[in-house]
Write a protein that binds this ligand. Structure first.
Ligand SMILES: Cc1cc2nc3c(=O)[nH]c(=O)nc-3n(C[C@H](O)[C@H](O)[C@H](O)COP(=O)(O)OP(=O)(O)OC[C@H]3O[C@@H](n4cnc5c(N)ncnc54)[C@H](O)[C@@H]3O)c2cc1C
Length: 455
């Protein structure tokens, strides 16, 4: 069997968190190998490059990545500016990937299709911890190759696995056909470029992606008045989608919700609450009829499905994972981010203690570590990979140290949306019921953690 120390640490995904992981590993004297499915780094962000981030540059940069860039003569963007996704790629990720230290350690067009341990399926225990990881990869020629690694950081995001329209978690009848016809699109099309002008479009979902799309369409309707915007949400009230407004510590995120509220209240957007899609019917070649479970039916030209994302756990099926049953995040992290119980938009800074898996030296990081939960922030991911790199280098003290403060959304609630009990009981700042057993700092309170503490 290969000596583990001679092997690289494999990082799946060259998004901002994967590249930050590589920078931290290098600082720790460890050898990173970044495997990226797309043709370039930041491939997922490129697909929503026309969207402006709500966090300013200072929150979007990783400290180790910046140190590496500055050693190579990079000039940082203005810290208080709000970049578009495309700028994150062009002004940060591409220069980072082009540094002499990283450029030969990143393989693009290399999709990881499976991860396992050499000679060990999931059921085999003896000697497991000393067996190298094997990553099966589809290389640029389409061939299947394998690489060995001493550890794996899966930072492959969730962009390529969006959730379906059905509120049961399954695609509704007719959805596949409508998607194939291009009438139901993914969450973040460029509405000007992709031909939404003059269309009657329904946006389904209540997160930031849906908000961005509703507002983009409303703006389009100002120059092309025949454009109609409908917005359907599952909850009985849009209050949660409107966010924390002025109380949000990221002003741009707060304004997104405020502008959304204004668009609805001024009639630029037609809101449909308690809407659960039941099936989709193609009417003629270029329009749709959507049927809701309560009997409502809508005729529209296009649907933007912004119902969230899921992690692709299929590639990890031979590894021993311990995930939260509701959100598919590492078990200790799940209760802190589950949107049904916790809406602060911030999570206590966390690292290896919370992310550790039964599979030694395997970590989920970045957007993928949040599983199905929506409120991930880059700054959270950067702290995760700083801690993971420290742990892999054997620096337990640094791995367990907490080095981050995150801005809150200003809408802290334990109410379950759609339950009828949406009285926004403020919780996130109440220092009780801290899930001390998780090894997290005190000052945390959370619906599920609080419940289990009471029982
Ligand atoms: C529209 C939008 C706006 C956002 N705005 C903000 C914001 O303002 N502030 C903020 O902090 N966060 C924001 N986020 C959330 C989050 O920070 C981003 O989603 C960020 O891109 C997550 O980084 P990541 O590196 O974890 O994943 P990604 O950026 O998704 O990168 C994952 C990479 O892995 C690759 N990959 C996927 N599968 C495989 C595989 N099997 N093998 C190899 N490679 C693979 C992908 O091609 C991709 O390049 C926003 C998200 C969205 C969608």
């Amino acid at each position: 069997m290969t000596g583990l120390d001679s092997l690289p640490v494999a990082v799946i995904g060259a998004g901002p968190v994967g590249l930050a992981a590589a920078a931290h590993l290098l600082e720790r004297g460890l050898e990173p190998l970044v495997l990226e499915a797309g043709p370039t780094v930041g491939a997922a962000i490129r697909e929503w490059g026309h969207i402006r981030l709500f966090s300013t540059w200072q929150y979007n940069l990783d400290a180790a990545a910046v140190r590496l860039l500055e050693r190579n003569g990079w000039e940082a963007p203005r810290p208080t500016a709000l970049p578009y996704g495309n700028q994150i790629v062009a002004e940060y990720l591409e220069p980072l990937a082009a540094t002499p230290e990283l450029k030969d350690r990143i393989r693009t067009r290399s999709r990881v299709t499976a991860v396992t341990r050499e000679g060990m399926d999931k059921g085999r225990s003896l000697g497991r911890e000393n067996a190298p990881f094997v990553l099966r990869i589809q290389d640029p020629q389409g061939d299947v190759v394998e690489v060995l690694a001493r550890a794996v950081i899966d930072a492959s995001g969730t962009w390529s696995t969006p959730a379906p329209l059905g509120s049961s978690g399954l695609p509704v009848a007719g959805e596949a056909l409508a998607r194939a016809a291009g009438l139901v699109t993914g969450p973040l099309p460029d509405v000007e470029r992709d031909g939404f002008a003059g269309c009657r479009t329904l946006v389904i979902g209540s997160g930031h992606s849906a908000a961005n799309m509703v507002l983009d369409l409303a703006r389009l309707a100002r120059t092309r008045p025949e454009t109609e915007v409908l917005w359907a949400i599952r909850a009985a009230s849009p209050d949660r989608a409107y966010g924390g407004g002025d109380a949000d510590k990221f002003p741009a995120r707060g304004q997104l919700g405020t502008r959304l509220r204004t668009a609805v209240e001024t009639g630029s957007v037609q809101l449909l609450t308690s809407f659960r899609t039941e099936h989709v019917e193609l009417t003629g070649g270029s329009s749709l009829r959507l049927h809701a479970q309560d009997g409502r039916a809508l005729n529209v030209d296009r649907v933007i499905s912004a119902t969230g994302f899921r992690p692709d756990l299929g590639i990890l099926s031979e590894l021993r994972l311990d995930l939260d049953p509701a959100v598919d995040a590492p078990r200790a992290l799940g209760p802190l981010i589950d949107p049904d119980f916790h809406s602060c938009g911030t999570v206590p800074p966390h690292g290896v203690k919370v992310l550790a898996q039964p599979e030694k030296d395997f970590y989920l990081a970045g957007m993928k570590s949040y599983g199905r939960a929506p409120t991930f922030l880059l700054a959270t991911g950067y702290e995760q990979v700083r801690s993971i790199a420290a742990a892999l280098a054997g620096d337990t003290a640094a791995a367990h140290a907490v080095e981050l403060q995150l801005p809150e959304t200003g809408v802290c609630s334990t109410a379950i949306p759609g339950s009828g009990d949406e009285t926004a009981e403020s919780s996130c700042d109440i220092p009780e019921c801290a899930p001390i057993s998780l090894g997290l700092p005190t000052g945390l309170r959370h619906g599920r953690a609080a419940e289990s503490a009471r029982t």
